[in-house]
Design a protein around this ligand. Structure first.
Ligand code: PBG
Length: 328
C-alpha cells in the first residue's frame, strides 16, 4: 500500500457524494424486522414503561403498527404472545386462537408485504416464567422439545413464514423441523436463536412480554457472555439440525460474535438489537444527552457491518422511515 503523501485517505471523504460512493455497508428498510407484543382483546394499547414507544397491543392495534411498518418498507414483523392463561407447561402456546395465531392470520390477510415471523418459546406461557418445563426445579430439555414443536406447528398452521425458537434447548431445531415437515409445513422456515446470551439486556422485554422467571435465572440454558467459540458450535449444530437462518442476540454487545458466526457459517444471519439496547438509546435520547436518530442509525449500521443480514429491532419503523427520506 502506498504511503503518505501519495496516499491520502481523506480524498474519498471530501464530499457527501464521494462518501456515499465508497460506503461498504448499507442499511435498507427491507433488512429490518419489527418485534410486536400481541395480547387478547380489541382496542388494547398498553405502553411498556421501560421501552418508551413500544406497546402491548391487541390484534387490531398491532395491525395498525404493522401497516405503518409495511408502508415504511420494513421487511417483517416478529410476534410475541401474551396469553390470558398460564400453566406449568405453557399450553396456551399452541392454542389455535391464541394472540399470536390470530395475529398471524390477520397479518397474512392485511399485510402481504411483510414476512411474518413468530417467537417460539414457553416463557411467556408458563406460570413459572422459564423457557421449558420443570422437573425437580430444573428446566427439562428433552421434555420441552415436543411442546416447542407443538407451538411451532400451530404458528405455521396459522400461516407464519418463519418460526424462531428462542428457548435455547438442545435439539429443538431438529424436533421443530421434523414436526413441521410431518404437519405438511415443509415450506415454513426456521430462524434459530442460535447464540442467545444470558444477561441483563433483556430486562425491559420481560416487562413487555410478562415473562420474567419466578425464581432463578436463565443461565442454565442461555449462553455465558464470556464465550465466543461456543457460539460457532451452537450455530453449526442448529444449521445441521435444519435451521435456515441463525441469530445472534443481543446484537451491539456481541458484534464480534456476529462477525465470527457469519464468517464460519456463510448462512443468512439475523441479529437482535434487544430491549435493553433500545431502552438505553431511547432514554439518553429523551434526556437530550444523545441525538436519538443518529445513534439509532449508527448502532444499526454497526450491526450490519459486523455481518448481520437482518436486524430485529424496536427501531425498525423509525429507522425505515428515516431511510426513506434523505438520511445520510
Ligand atoms: C424469550 C425471549 C426473550 C427475548 C426474546 N425472546 C427473553 C428472554 O430470553 O428472557 C428478549 C428480547 C429483548 O430483550 O428484546 N425467551
Amino acid at each position: 500500500m502506498p504511503s503518505f503523501p501519495s496516499s491520502r485517505q481523506r480524498r474519498l471523504r471530501r464530499t457527501p457524494a464521494l462518501r456515499r460512493l465508497v460506503r461498504e455497508t448499507h442499511l435498507a428498510p427491507s433488512q429490518l424486522v419489527l418485534p410486536v407484543f400481541v395480547r387478547a382483546g380489541a382496542n388494547v394499547r398498553t405502553p411498556v414503561a421501560a421501552m418508551p414507544g413500544v406497546d402491548q397491543t391487541s390484534v387490531d392495534e398491532m395491525l395498525t403498527d404493522a401497516r405503518r411498518a409495511e408502508a415504511a418498507g420494513v421487511g417483517g414483523v416478529l410476534l410475541f404472545g401474551i396469553p390470558e392463561r398460564k400453566d406449568a407447561e405453557g399450553s396456551s402456546a399452541w392454542d389455535e386462537h391464541g394472540p399470536v395465531q390470530e395475529g398471524v392470520r390477520a397479518l397474512k390477510c392485511e399485510c402481504p408485504g411483510l414476512v411474518v415471523m413468530t417467537d417460539v418459546c414457553l416463557c411467556e406461557y408458563t406460570d413459572h416464567g422459564h423457557c421449558g418445563v420443570l422437573r425437580g426445579g430444573e428446566v427439562d430439555n428433552d421434555a420441552t422439545l415436543e411442546l416447542l414443536a407443538r407451538e411451532a406447528v400451530s404458528h405455521a398452521r396459522a400461516g407464519a413464514d418463519v418460526v424462531a425458537p428462542s428457548d435455547m434447548m438442545d435439539g429443538r431445531v431438529r424436533a421443530i423441523r421434523e414436526a413441521l415437515d410431518a404437519a405438511g409445513s415443509s415450506h415454513t422456515a426456521i430462524l434459530s436463536y442460535a447464540a442467545k446470551y444470558a444477561g441483563p439486556f433483556y430486562g425491559p422485554f420481560r416487562e413487555a412480554a410478562e415473562s420474567a422467571p419466578r425464581f432463578g435465572d436463565r443461565r442454565s440454558y442461555q449462553m455465558d457472555g464470556g464465550n465466543a467459540e461456543e457460539a460457532l458450535r451452537e450455530a453449526l449444530l442448529d444449521i445441521d439440525e435444519g435451521a435456515d437462518m441463525v441469530m445472534v442476540k443481543p446484537a451491539g454487545p456481541f458484534l464480534d460474535v456476529i462477525h465470527r458466526v457469519k464468517t464460519a457459517t456463510q448462512h443468512p444471519l439475523a441479529a437482535y438489537q434487544v430491549s435493553g439496547e433500545y431502552a438505553m438509546i431511547q432514554a439518553a435520547g429523551e434526556r437530550g444527552w444523545i441525538d436519538r436518530d443518529r445513534v439509532m442509525m449508527a448502532s444499526l449500521l454497526s450491526i450490519r457491518r459486523a455481518g448481520a443480514d437482518v436486524i430485529i429491532t424496536y427501531f425498525a419503523t423509525a429507522a425505515a422511515t428515516l431511510l426513506g427520506g434523505d438520511w445520510d
